[in-house]
Design a protein around this ligand. Structure first.
Ligand SMILES: [Fe+2]
Ligand SMILES: [Fe+2]
Length: 184
C-alpha cells in the first residue's frame, strides 16, 4: 500500500465510525454507500474515489458533532479538496470541491430536489449560501467537472441508508485502498 492510501486509511480507521451528522449512518458507511453507487453507475475510478472521499473534510474539520445545529458551516468541501489536491488528480478533488455548489445548483434547477434532501442537508443549505441564481447556475455549469459534481451529489443524497448492510470494516478499507492505489 502506498503512503497516501495508508494516510487516508488511518483517517477512516480512527474517525470513520463517527456518526454522519445524525443521519443514521456512520461516516464510513456513508462513504462506502456513495462509492458503491458510483461503481454501480459505471463511474470512472477517479469519480468513484471522489464519491468515497467527498466528505473527508468533515473528518479533518475541528468542528465536532453536528455543526449545522449550531449554525455553522464547516466548509468541509473546501477542507477536503485542499487536503486531496496534492495527493490525487483533478478528477478526484475538483468534484469534491464542487459537491456543495452542485447541491445549490440542483435546488435551483430541479423542482423535486428539495424533498429528496435529508434534514441536515436542508439545514445546511442556507448556511452554504442557498439556491444559486440563474447567473450562478450558468457559471457553475461552465466549470470543469461540474457534471461529475452533480452525479456525485445525487449519489451523496442516496447514500444515507441505515438499513443497508455493510461489509466488515476491514473489507471496506481493503476495497477503498485498491481504488486509492489505482488513482494515485
Ligand atoms: Fe458533503
Ligand atoms: Fe455526503
Amino acid at each position: 500500500m502506498n503512503y497516501v492510501a495508508k494516510l487516508i486509511e488511518n483517517i477512516y480507521r480512527t474517525k470513520g465510525d463517527l456518526s454522519y451528522l445524525g443521519e443514521g449512518v456512520s461516516q464510513i458507511e456513508h462513504a462506502w454507500q456513495c462509492g458503491q453507487l458510483a461503481k454501480k453507475n459505471s463511474a470512472s475510478s477517479e469519480l468513484q474515489l471522489a464519491a468515497w472521499l467527498h466528505d473527508i473534510g468533515h473528518l479533518l474539520s475541528k468542528e465536532v458533532d453536528t455543526p449545522t445545529l449550531k449554525g455553522h458551516d464547516d466548509r468541509h468541501e473546501r477542507i477536503g479538496s485542499q487536503f486531496l489536491k496534492n495527493l490525487f488528480p483533478e478528477a478526484v478533488f475538483v468534484p469534491i470541491a464542487l459537491h456543495v455548489e452542485a447541491k445549490r445548483y440542483l435546488i435551483s434547477t430541479d423542482a423535486g430536489y428539495l424533498e429528496k434532501l435529508s434534514p441536515d442537508s436542508v439545514r445546511s443549505l442556507t448556511l452554504q449560501g442557498g439556491p444559486l441564481s440563474i447567473e450562478e447556475c450558468q457559471n457553475f455549469l461552465s466549470k470543469p467537472f461540474a457534471m461529475d459534481a452533480i452525479a456525485l451529489r445525487r449519489w451523496d443524497d442516496q447514500a444515507k441508508d441505515s438499513e443497508c448492510s455493510l461489509l466488515s470494516k476491514e473489507e471496506v478499507l481493503s476495497e477503498f485502498n485498491d481504488l486509492m492505489v489505482s488513482c494515485s
